[in-house]
Design a binder for this molecule. Sequence first.
Ligand code: C2E
Ligand code: MG
Ligand code: MG
Ligand code: MG
Length: 283
Amino acid sequence: ALALLLDQVFNEPFAPKPKPFGKRSVSADAIQFGLDNDEFTLFFQPKVNVQSQCVFGAEALIRWFSSEFGGIVGPDEFIPLAEESSLINAITERVIDMSIQELKRFKAEGHRLKLSINVSMLNLSQLDFATNLAAKLKNEAIDPSDIILEITETALMRDATNVLEVLTRLKILGICLSIDDFGTGYSSMSQLQHIPFSELKIDRSFVYGAGENDSTRRILESSASLAQQLAIASVAEGVETREDWDRISALGIDLVQGYFISKPLPPEDFSTWLREWNGLTEN
Ligand code: C2E
Ligand code: MG
Ligand code: MG
Ligand code: MG
């Protein structure tokens, strides 16, 4: 009971965590049930400009409030499974629709921000992906350049058909592309050159606590300088402490995302956060 009370007061899990569901129990049928019953929702995590400390935008992160499993199932537990079936297309479509609605609301509340959406490589092998997305944005009067699609570096390496074509179409339509989890894959310079990215997002494993490990810090530094040389924006994800922030700032990295600024928040809490954010306060 005390643990439950602490949970409510601090909004943090003091109670013993429920056992992870384990990959076997999350099935394609369960995901389909979740889709049919509107159990998926989005949390938003801000991206802040390091120099100005102004809000640049937010990343939409999917959450599954599963009635079957009695709690939140994290994306790492069901996205890989959804990618094994064609369910990832329905999930991404849902994520895009919800993203557009929330972005409209944030804008109506007077905020300017760019919204980052995670897409799977499998989505990008659908030849009509770019035109469908552009049509949705047009219907809802959203500027394509307010949307950033994040594609993980490991996914990029898989040689999927149509992907380069779809990425090029997206770029032509004015939609921005970001390479996510940079440093965890093995993309070559020439690959980076041929894909029209406008943002490089350094994986959080090279960001938090980078001061304590020489090789981690060198990967962080060379990723930052690669972005600079390609003249694209750099983002550090997983900034958790003041020390992380200071190191990122000294490296000239453009944008920061991480618990040091804010955890991912439900839409209403994110609206409140946007209203209250006033830059970092000293001490
Ligand atoms: P990602 O795109 O790299 O997203 C960043 C992840 O890092 C998020 O985990 C976020 O909650 C977490 N994070 C942010 N700041 C910090 C920090 O300071 N410290 C630590 N330790 N973690 C931090 P999340 O929300 O669990 O998402 C995990 C992954 O699932 C995402 O990684 C992304 O690849 C995937 N994902 C999330 N939403 C979607 C979606 O709508 N569609 C698809 N296809 N994939 C998604
Ligand atoms: Mg991402
Ligand atoms: Mg990432
Ligand atoms: Mg990551």
